[in-house]
Design a protein around this ligand. Structure first.
Ligand code: ZN
Length: 392
């Protein structure tokens, strides 16, 4: 249904105004108790209609509400939400600002409207204003937990990880909600920043802090392993990489190549083999199989690698595995057969390119590479490798 949202706004505001006017004249002759119950029920009914995109029915309900409720605070809150949901943040801001300017609001009503206004500001990208507003709510200790959650969200958008950590610690104290995993993510982000600035000691110190705050959070180990790989500290790369994979085998595509190389360049190719065997058992994707196949090709030749891959692909079909098999067969063929295999390889390349290698388990965002924070829904540690025939 596509009901012009301006019309709804206009109607509701007129109704609110008109109903207030009529009721003021009628005086307080009705009994309030039963009325409040009825209003509450009607309000939720109206809100449901709005959420289900049935604005005409919502208007009908809000008409009834406006008829008996001289304040129509809830109506305006619902209306503001509707605007924000539709991305009309300017209008949402106006509705909530008008509400806050009313002289007769209870302090609870006012803080609810302030929370809504803060969310409008965030949606509109007015982060400074949102931050001021939520900070005020925290300082007067009204809806402090909700306001702190929003402040954390503002800090994430501004990539201000240091203040994000402060707010997360306050939220832990205020609401008793553990935030250690989020704090560890923020510490790892700070570490990333130090790494980019070439301050590697500080980067490592922050990773150690992340592991101390949340010993079960994988990122602090994974990043430590990568830093060690870059400075060719193979024992540390292997130790922290293996620990990361114990905590989360889904990081195999990211960490396996580093760990295998660290084993090889420190002269431990047998341990590299054992590591790959273990990875094939623990990780459902094709990455370790491909790595193993490349090693077989180097050591025993292409024919042996073809036998190994064909056997593996029978039990677990995979487009990427097939592409690797075709690559090997191109090397061992010539003439018309080689041309045909080249065409097939092109087709497989296109299939692989069309597929997202990673996907967010929360919002479905598809990505070519691994992200600690989903670029779509901003959740942490929800972007995972895609498995199955077309995935890893
Ligand atoms: Zn997501």
């Amino acid at each position: 249904m596509n009901f012009p949202v301006e019309l709804i706004a206009l109607l509701l505001i007129l109704i609110a105004f008109f109903a207030g006017f009529v009721l003021a004249r009628r005086g307080a002759e009705r009994s309030r108790g039963a009325q409040v119950d009825k209003l509450r029920r009607s309000y939720f009914r109206g809100l449901n209609y709005l959420l289900n995109e049935q604005p005409d029915k919502a208007i009908e309900v809000f008409l009834q509400i406006a008829e008996v409720d001289k304040h129509t605070i809830e109506t305006h809150l619902a209306l503001g939400n509707l605007f924000r949901r539709r991305g009309e943040t300017d209008r949402a801001i106006r509705v909530h600002q008008n509400l806050i300017a009313r002289p007769n609001l209870t302090s609870e009503q006012k803080s609810l409207a302030l929370l809504e206004l803060g969310e409008d500001y965030m949606r509109a990208g007015l982060l400074d204003r949102a931050e001021t507003l939520f900070t005020d709510l925290v300082s007067i200790d009204t809806h402090a937990a909700t306001a702190l959650r929003q402040l954390i969200s503002v800090c994430q958008q501004e990539r201000d990880w240091t203040r994000g950590i402060e707010f997360a610690r306050r939220l832990e104290k205020t609401a008793g909600e553990p935030q250690s995993e989020l704090i560890a993510q923020f510490l790892c982000e700070l570490s990333d920043g130090k790494e980019r600035a070439g301050k590697l000691d500080e980067a490592r110190r922050l990773l150690a802090e992340a592991r101390m705050v949340a010993p079960g959070a994988v990122r602090g180990y994974a990043q430590e392993s990568k830093l060690a790989y870059a400075r060719q500290d193979d024992p540390i790369c292997i130790e922290f990489g293996a620990r990361a994979l114990e905590l989360d085998a889904e990081l195999t595509p990211e960490l396996m190549p580093l760990i295998v190389e660290a084993f090889d360049r420190s002269g431990q190719s047998e341990r590299a083999e054992a590591f790959l065997e273990n990875a094939m058992l623990r990780y459902p994707g094709v990455s370790p199989v491909l790595a193993k196949s490349r090693r077989i090709a180097e050591r025993e030749g292409d024919e042996a690698a073809i036998r190994f891959l064909s056997e593996r692909l029978k039990s677990r079909p995979s487009v990427r595995g097939l592409a690797a098999l075709v690559d090997l067969q191109i090397k061992t063929s010539d003439g018309a057969a080689r041309d045909q295999l080249n065409s097939l390889r092109e087709l497989l390349t296109r299939l692989i390119r069309a597929q997202s290698a990673y996907r967010c388990s929360k919002c479905g965002f598809g990505a070519k590479q691994q992200h600690w924070q989903c670029p779509g829904c901003k959740s942490w540690a929800t972007v995972r490798p895609v498995h199955g025939v077309a995935g890893d």
